[in-house]
Design a protein around this ligand. Structure first.
Ligand code: ZN
Length: 405
């Protein structure tokens, strides 16, 4: 008997690969992935074993020229920075001032958001990313458009309007009351929609947020049971300035006092954190988005993966477009293997972090991340000889939402 209680209409025959853990990779050289009519995985096994158990009218799609893997999970990226990649030669704070803030200011015009959002999602999908945690800009309408276009495209997304009320160009600052008001409206409209779209309360980072704004942001994320995402300890200069501005002894204490540490809190980078801070993040089940290509590009440093793992902190991979130059999770995984010692990082673990590990970091591993029965059928087809890491087809909840042209 098939485990799914819903009828199975379709199954996909191909070599299959997915992760059960950092060093547990399952492969079926001639596999079959059966999807029920609700878009969830009904079964996954060798073709020979599973085929006789399927209903007679089940349609079999033959993709034996490709590999099927779970859709990638990008735990940290910026929609408005699509066209800001490869701006070389600066480190974080100067790069923000020279390239990023001017680009994000353009999003006051909704036409800019309408132009960039579809191209951004097409880039995610063409690289096999089916779920992403995304920063918008400080603009309410641009963020609303980011959600609308994500809904139309059909991918899974966590999106947030960026919060800034100090230490940035005037054109990107708003009062914390206005920001909270706009955030509340966006949460009411989008959080949980179609079980695919979720809201993240998104202070950019501590330098550009007053304590009052961070207090309200932490409280709102907690009360609305939505995500909280921000950049944390990306460079030493940022940590030093944050300590001066907010007079705190350490970052983790500071966010703990803002009630911003929960299992739905996602901190990008986490490079310069002390052991005591990692313990606090771990105690609250907060997660880290590791963005190796971005860290290399901005010369920010190397995330202490071994220490983060010792503390049992969930950790997924992020493209961090546009500090990160590529959407390709394959290239990001390769970069992770280059920057960390072989003893703690290899291709199996990088593949896990780009799929199931990312899902765990986003508290979605009971829904996505591998081909366990009952999860959403989010997967993509890859040609293994394509080193650019481009997907041929992408499926979310069993529906094809992207085909390479
Ligand atoms: Zn970022």
């Amino acid at each position: 008997m098939m485990p799914s209680s819903h009828p199975i209409r379709e199954a996909f025959r191909a070599p299959l690969r997915y992760a059960l853990g950092p060093s547990q990779i399952v492969e079926h050289s001639d596999g079959l992935l059966a999807v029920d009519e609700t878009g969830r995985i009904a079964a996954c096994d060798d073709y020979e074993t599973l085929f006789p158990r399927l209903p007679k009218d089940c349609v079999i799609h033959d993709f034996r020229n490709f590999w099927i893997i779970p859709g990638f999970v990008d735990c940290h990226t910026h929609l408005p920075q699509l066209d800001c990649r490869n701006k070389n030669g600066l480190t974080l704070l100067d790069w923000l001032a020279k390239y990023i803030y001017p680009a994000e200011t353009q999003f006051a015009d909704p036409h800019v958001a309408r132009n960039i959002a579809p191209r951004f999602y097409d880039e995610l999908l063409s690289h096999g990313i089916t779920t992403a945690a995304i920063y918008s800009t400080v603009h309410f309408e641009a963020t609303d458009i980011a959600f609308q276009v994500a809904k139309e495209k059909g991918l899974r997304a966590i999106i947030g309007q960026v919060l800034m009320d100090q230490n940035a160009p005037q054109s990107l600052l708003k009062s914390h009351l206005q920001l909270m008001n706009e955030t509340e409206k966006l949460i009411a409209k989008w959080h949980g929609l179609e079980k695919r779209l979720f809201y993240a309360v998104t202070p950019r980072f501590a330098l550009t947020c007053s304590r009052a704004l961070l207090d309200d942001a932490g409280k709102l994320a907690h009360e609305a049971k939505c995500y909280f995402q921000t950049h944390l300890a990306e460079t030493q200069q940022e940590v030093t300035q944050a300590k001066e501005i907010h007079s705190f002894k350490n970052y983790a204490d500071f966010y703990e006092a803002r009630h911003a540490l929960t299992s739905r809190s996602l901190f990008a980078h986490g490079i310069y954190l002390e052991d005591s801070e990692l313990k606090i993040l771990s105690d609250h089940h907060a997660a880290i988005a590791h963005c190796p290509t971005s860290n290399v590009f901005l010369k920010s440093g190397t995330m202490p993966l071994a220490k983060i793992e010792q503390h049992g902190i969930r950790c997924g991979l992020g493209s961090d477009i546009g500090a990160g130059p590529t959407f390709s999770m394959r290239q990001i995984a390769d970069c992770a293997c280059e920057v960390h010692p072989q003893t703690i990082m290899d291709q199996s673990k990088a593949f896990y972090m780009a799929t199931l590990g990312g899902a765990e970091a986003l508290s979605m591993s009971n829904q996505i991340g591998n081909f366990a029965e009952g999860k959403w059928a989010d997967f993509c087809l890859f040609d293994n000889s394509d080193s650019a890491g481009k997907a041929k087809k992408v499926f979310v909840s069993g529906q094809c939402i992207f085909k390479a042209s």
